[in-house]
Design a protein around this ligand. Sequence first.
Ligand SMILES: [Zn+2]
Length: 418
Amino acid sequence: MSAAILLSGNNYQKIALLHKFLNLGMISSTSHLRVQRTFTVPVIDFFKQTVMTDTLNKYKGKELVIAGDARNDSPGHSAMYCTYTFIEYETKDIVSSVIIDKRMTNLKSINMEMKGMLRAMQSLLDNGVAIKEVCTDAHAQIASMLKKDYPQLKHSFDTWHGAKNFGKKLSAVAAEARNKDLRPWVQDLVNHFWYCSRKSQGSEMALISRWRGVLHHVTDVHEWVIGDSAGSAQCEHEPLPATPDMETKWLEPGSDAHCSLAKVILDTRLLHNLKYYVNFRHTGELENFHEHILMYAAKRYSYSYPMYKARNQLAIIDYQHHKERNHATDKKGQPMYARKYSKRNKNWSVVPVKEKKTYSYIPDMMKEILQRLSVYEGPLPTRFPPEEGDPRLIKRTIAEVSPIPTKELVARKKSRFQ
Ligand SMILES: [Zn+2]
């Protein structure tokens, strides 16, 4: 019972309540904790190591392109844990995943992502895996750190993230009254960002040339005299049909809207950063894995470090075990689809329904847990001191002030009421 609660991503209190309502017997919470820490958690760790070793063996002697992203256990400033994960770009295999506790970064959550990424990368290198290219979200800090510490590494930004940042910036400019003519262009220009990234195929010059060309296009000029050697000086679209909609949309060269747009398009930092988008990379697949973590570690619960780690490890085992599932079919043999809302893209799309998960590794884990239990001698331990790497060794709690003994707090409360 105790093992099944954890392995299925449940929480003891909820299952205990269910049993109480059904008038069923239940192990005590203390027994559950002891079984969990003595047997279940070590067995999860053992299985996760096996999965990771098998995966990494596939990549020995190869140069990998990896994509990484962070997930906080709760949004924003209250985050206690940050999971940083790298997947191999083609297969989507998880190749490295680490948990950073707020206490490891002096209680600063913004540093958690950086630290997580470094550790996840280092663990890959320590395992003898060569890295050719790293793809991350567009963060200036991460870019400068990678450039400094790993200059030989190709670094790419997620095109989706880059397009989103550009869209935000452009929308802010278009929101100004004098630039109102820019508003109908915002979505087109964001699409242009995608297009340039997709078409550049590794060439920074090709990307920049296409990128700047849009300043002509928005004024209804589709061929221009001065081109650079890398690109033809014309738009790549088919001849445009004359429509009244477009007539009102074209910008007047030199108008406020056009000048403001030129400022955004030719912004030095943006032009400088375009080289990070030449390989048209994405980290979106990690959203899928982050949903697995959610299944094992619900956001409204708080977990101790060893338990949060074990629940993340379960998510990795589950993800790796089930990622190659086939497309499910209905009674007529037709492939099934489901609609899905992406928080990342803020829109609905259809995704193929995959065959049901088999969890075929669970009987093996159960067997291992029972085996360890059957040969265990003596009473189970009642205390579990933090092991190496446990953030409680740095600081007992994440509170900014040290905890006061409960007895003293009660005494203070009483004296206030008197
Ligand atoms: Zn054009």
